[in-house]
Design a protein around this ligand. Structure first.
Ligand SMILES: Nc1ncnc2c1ncn2[C@@H]1O[C@H](COP(=O)(O)OP(=O)(O)OP(=O)(O)O)[C@@H](O)[C@H]1O
Length: 347
């Protein structure tokens, strides 16, 4: 390299850079990104963009959506919950686990899952619905995809039947459109107007789509006391015969249940075609609860409240409960329903 020309070249480059530095606009003329006000504008846009993306990510992470992250069956969890938390319901426990696991593992069900839970008051029908919700939805009963209807609360006036019908249909359609894996619980189903039950019938059927909406991944749970008396009679017959309650099988109750529920003209269910169209997948009987189950409920409640479970307190609570029939005093009149409040008195 020739030293004189190199020095001249370096000197000229330095002079040109110095000249350009005193006239920044010349550079901006060719490269507009570097103008200071644009730099600050771009910086602001960048910060806003990153903020928005981050915000959206955090929102999606924390806010429940109709995604597998939020909705997926924990089959082991459901089994454990049914085994450990639900007392005295061996038939219901078995059917529920089989029905829910089978349905949730099917990617392409032909129809929604429809369960009809029957039995005496306080025997665990609402409780089981909660256990199902807890093991399907991350948010459990608080999930925005779990919906509860109570006949007397939501549909109190028979005169407004037509309004209720269209509201209920819109509500179901809207929610299933929003999330196919929605769950609908209808409490006091036997008190629901037959016309209203009929209005939801299309959603329970084997349709691929209705008005562009598929209902096949939804879960419908109907709760009622219908059939409770005949279930109780069977349990009492077993007790009188000295037979173990766990020996009672679904087939011992099925016929009785259908006769009691579907031949009972006072029952809302009887008037509907839900039954003869076979839209209910499983009829689930709940047995009346005995003294020992009430003790178990009291013990469980103590644990829930963070107390050391005390058998003597649990027995005191169970002794305070009313049992029927009057002579035998085998089954708790209110099941485990009042145990929670009774416990306040003893703790
Ligand atoms: N079989 C059971 N095992 C454990 N706990 C139970 C059982 N049955 C009832 N309980 C307890 O009693 C409470 C009330 O029961 P639940 O509401 O499930 O009764 P239900 O059968 O739905 O009654 P109803 O027909 O009057 O609505 C539950 O929240 C639960 O704590």
């Amino acid at each position: 390299i020739e030293p004189i020309s190199t020095s001249i070249a370096v000197g000229m480059a330095a002079a040109l850079t110095g000249f350009l530095a005193t006239y920044p606009n010349i550079f901006y003329y060719f490269n507009e990104c570097c103008r200071p006000e644009w730099i600050s504008l771009n910086k602001t846009a960048l910060v806003v963009g990153i903020g928005a993306t981050l915000g959206r990510t955090i929102y999606n992470y924390l806010h429940e959506s109709c995604e597998p992250k939020w909705i997926a069956l924990n089959a082991t969890g459901l089994k454990v919950d049914l085994d450990r938390k639900l007392f005295g319901q061996h038939i219901a426990s078995r059917i529920i686990l089989k029905a829910v696991s089978g349905f949730m593992s099917n990617d392409n069900p032909k129809k929604p899952l429809v369960l009809s839970l029957h039995g005496w008051t306080g025997t665990g029908k609402n409780f089981v619905s909660q256990l199902i919700a807890d093991n399907v939805y991350k948010e459990g009963m608080d999930s925005s995809f779990v919906h509860i209807f109570t006949s007397e609360l939501h549909f109190p006036h028979a005169s407004q039947l037509e309004t209720y019908k269209s509201q209920l249909q819109q509500w179901i359609k809207g929610n299933v459109t929003n999330c196919a894996h929605s769950m609908f619980i209808f409490d006091e189903m036997d008190k629901m107007h037959p016309g209203l039950i009929d209005s939801i019938k299309p959603y329970l059927d084997y349709y691929d789509k209705l008005d562009g909406v598929s209902y096949r991944k939804a879960i419908f749970i109907f709760l009622s006391n219908a059939g409770g008396e005949s279930i109780t009679q069977t349990a009492l017959d077993f007790w009188k015969a000295g037979r173990d309650r766990e020996e009672i099988e679904l087939r011992d109750l099925e016929t009785l249940l259908s006769l009691a529920v579907f031949n009972n003209k006072k029952s809302g269910l009887w008037h509907t075609s839900l039954i003869d169209k076979n839209l209910v997948d499983f009829f689930v009987p709940f047995l009346p609860l005995e003294y020992r189950h009430v003790v178990q409920c009291a013990m469980a409640e103590m644990i829930v409240r963070g107390h050391q479970p005390d058998p003597s307190v649990a027995n005191q609570v169970a002794r305070d409960v009313v049992y029927f029939p009057k002579t035998e005093r085998v089954f708790s009149v209110k099941g485990c329903k009042t145990i929670e409040s009774k416990l306040d008195y003893y703790l």
